[in-house]
Design a binder for this molecule. Structure first.
Ligand code: ABF
Length: 248
């Protein structure tokens, strides 16, 4: 129980979400403790789970006087690095990373990931691709055997704005389902990524051969990147409901 819950009855969903927050922290801490060493160049992912990892990273840098350089995967990650007083770099100066740590929306049994629920998939994939080790952190709600069991919003696909209608039609023709333009929460307009592009959320109908789907969708003119990370994650840390960390 944290201070804000004292004297306050927690509903089941509130309990569940505070458990998820604790689970994110467990995963983030485990990844940083097991994979970050002195003189490392570290890729910093985006989302809410990475926040805990960066907390731990900053703590270790302070306590152990580590010499760490961070490469962000988004505007959010950049702000996080700066807020903690960590050393900010980029791929121009550090095109090879020792490790990249990032969250995910869903992880299947083969460590294929759906990412991009937060809209930062392209820079995340670039940074992960530059890392010797790509480590994923997630809470227990992200684990599945087959993609689509947990994350119901579909595969995010970043597209050049003028192409979203033809890309959406081509994906539906090739693989079925529906690829929908992601709108801002207030519905005033589409979500615009850090790269000034749009996002389609492809609601697929059946399990697919994700390697084929990923490369096929990438070949459609207008597609910048897909949120399918196939064969990239080396290890996934799941924070569990019982306070343990499960490694896949
Ligand atoms: C980003 O944040 C995304 O690619 C992924 O969609 C998401 C995970 O966010 P969270 O940790 O908040 O679940 O890394």
């Amino acid at each position: 129980y944290t201070q804000r819950h004292v004297g306050h009855f927690r509903s089941p969903s509130e309990t569940h979400s505070s458990m998820a927050e604790e689970a994110k922290k467990l995963a983030g801490y485990a990844a940083v403790d097991n994979h970050v060493k002195d003189n490392h160049v570290v890729g910093v992912g985006s989302g809410s789970t990475i926040v805990f990892a960066v907390d731990r990273l900053a703590e270790r840098v302070r306590q152990e006087k580590l010499n760490i350089v961070c490469v962000p995967t988004s505007f959010q990650a950049r702000q996080l690095i700066l807020k903690h007083g960590l050393v900010l770099s980029d791929l121009d100066r550090h095109p090879e990373l020792d490790v990249a740590i990032d969250g995910a929306d869903e992880v299947d049994a083969a460590l294929t990931l759906i990412k991009g629920g937060g809209g930062c998939l392209t820079q995340e994939k670039i940074v992960a691709g530059c890392a010797k080790h790509f480590i994923v952190i997630a809470d227990f709600r992200k684990a599945s055997s087959t993609l689509g069991q947990q994350w119901k919003k579909g595969v995010p696909i970043e597209v050049i704005p003028m192409s979203y209608v033809p890309v959406s039609r081509t994906i539906a023709k090739l693989f079925g389902g529906e690829a929908v333009l992601r709108m801002a929460v207030n519905k005033a307009g589409p979500v615009v990524t850090d790269n000034s592009n749009f996002i389609l959320d492809w609601k697929f109908e059946n399990p697919q051969n994700w390697a084929v789907v990923n490369t096929t969708i990438k070949m459609i003119p207008g597609v910048v990147e897909t949120g399918l990370f196939v064969g990239m994650a080396e290890r996934v840390y799941f924070g569990m409901e019982d306070g343990t960390v499960s490694v896949r």
